[in-house]
Design a protein around this ligand. Structure first.
Ligand SMILES: Nc1ncnc2c1ncn2[C@@H]1O[C@H](COP(=O)(O)OP(=O)(O)OP(=O)(O)O)[C@@H](O)[C@H]1O
Ligand SMILES: [Mg+2]
Length: 374
């Protein structure tokens, strides 16, 4: 069988299928997609290596899934209409529905603790922007990539937003799950669109949350999409001209850093790794202030004692405890009692009921990664 002819046939069928799908012609889309899938099955049969064969088969399966989707949409006009509207909203725009473009309003002042993390980020990402002349003179480059890693709920997403705010950048959030599932074979175009949109802004931050989902270690189990997409992201990162007037920061965040493909951690990529740890005592104190100060508090509430009790809890845990503690007097008040302040006992009760969300054994893994990068 002639591979090149077969591949171009496949490409043609697939793009016709996807185009019909997008314009809501589900019956036509289904026919094209099934034909494209058959093409892939044929190519799988004549594949030279087991790996290529598996990739072709996976792609065929993805196409069949999409064809099944067409069947459903064709039979259920209501769902199809909703899907259509969803697509019309983003049609033609550079940043499609899996990219969120934002101008965050939270700053470093809203984040409790993490002083050394903030300082490291100021040095690498904020000062060079604030003092472009000096940065130029000393050959300090602006932009580049950092990876925020650490347990869940420690403020990684918050920090990424705050960085964008501090340098007045346009913030692009990429959700890997959505990006990969959206259209078969369009992940590459999506990445292109993302980088194009980001490069068109004077200063932009691309935030890749759950980095491990998009850039997992390239072992045989990962899907074909990943195998095509990872090298492309790496190329885009390296191709960005850091001496130009425009600036692009790339921030990844993960709570499973050991699952990342090492290639993304090399120089010129996400080369600065920043450990976002659980809050220390002063940070816990600040968290209590942030999450309790707007609520009515009884005089017996002692932040010092609470701060000790909350060792091992994350920022998200503290926020959650504050919310639950506030619910106790609130529930009493709505059932007719006098509206009282939140008492020390309320907070202690909730702390006792709520174990920390991060297990100490997980912390050991983060510390090990912080030390050895593995
Ligand atoms: N250091 C902090 N200062 C203030 N609030 C915090 C801090 N850490 C966490 N929080 C609170 O917890 C919530 C969750 O934090 P965030 O989403 O930034 O965590 P994350 O580290 O990105 O977690 P995940 O790894 O699960 O994505 C925040 O919206 C914020 O309300
Ligand atoms: Mg997060």
């Amino acid at each position: 069988m002639n591979m090149t002819v077969s591949f171009s046939t496949f490409e043609r069928l697939k793009s016709k299928g996807v185009a019909s799908y997008k314009s809501g012609e589900y019956l036509a889309a289904k026919t094209y997609l099934v034909d494209a899938a058959e093409c892939m099955v044929e190519m799988a049969e004549s594949a030279k290596t087991a790996e290529a064969r598996r990739q072709h088969e996976e792609l065929a399966a993805e196409l069949v899934d999409l064809a099944k989707d067409c069947d459903k949409l064709h039979q259920s006009p209501r769902e199809a209409k909703a899907r259509q509207r969803e697509k019309e909203g983003d049609s033609g725009s550079a940043a499609s529905d899996w990219i969120v473009r934002d101008k965050p309003t939270i700053g470093f002042g809203d984040i409790a603790g993490l002083e050394d993390v903030k300082e490291e980020i100021r040095l690498k990402m904020i000062y060079p922007f604030a003092h472009p002349e000096l940065a130029k003179r000393y050959g300090i480059s602006t932009g580049g990539g950092i990876l925020l890693f650490g347990p869940p709920g420690t403020g990684k997403t918050m920090i990424a937003k705050a960085i964008a705010h501090e340098i007045d950048a346009t913030f692009f959030v990429v959700s890997p799950a959505q990006m990969l599932s959206k259209w078969v074979g369009e992940a590459e175009q999506n990445i292109q669109k993302l980088f194009d949109a980001a490069k068109a802004e004077p200063v932009s931050v691309i935030f890749l949350d759950e980095t491990e989902a998009l850039v997992p270690k390239r072992k045989s189990g990962s899907s074909t999409v990943m195998q095509r997409v990872v090298p492309q992201i790496l190329q885009e990162l390296e191709g960005f001209d850091r001496t130009s007037d425009r600036a692009l920061l790339f921030i990844g965040a993960t709570n499973k850093p050991w699952m990342l493909d090492e290639a993304i951690l090399r120089p010129g990529r996400l080369d600065a790794k920043v450990y976002v740890d659980l809050p220390d005592a002063p940070a816990r104190y600040r968290l209590l202030e942030i999450y309790f100060d707007d609520r009515p508090m009884a005089d017996d509430v002692d932040f010092g004692t609470l701060c000790d009790k909350l060792k091992g809890y994350s920022g998200a845990d503290v926020k959650n405890i504050a919310q639950q503690a506030a619910q106790l007097p609130f529930m009493e008040a709505i059932s007719g009692s006098e509206a009282r302040s939140i008492a020390m006992n309320d907070v202690l009760t909730i702390i006792e009921r709520t174990p920390p969300s991060v297990h100490p054994s997980d912390l050991i893994r983060y510390e090990k990664f912080a030390e050895s990068g593995k």
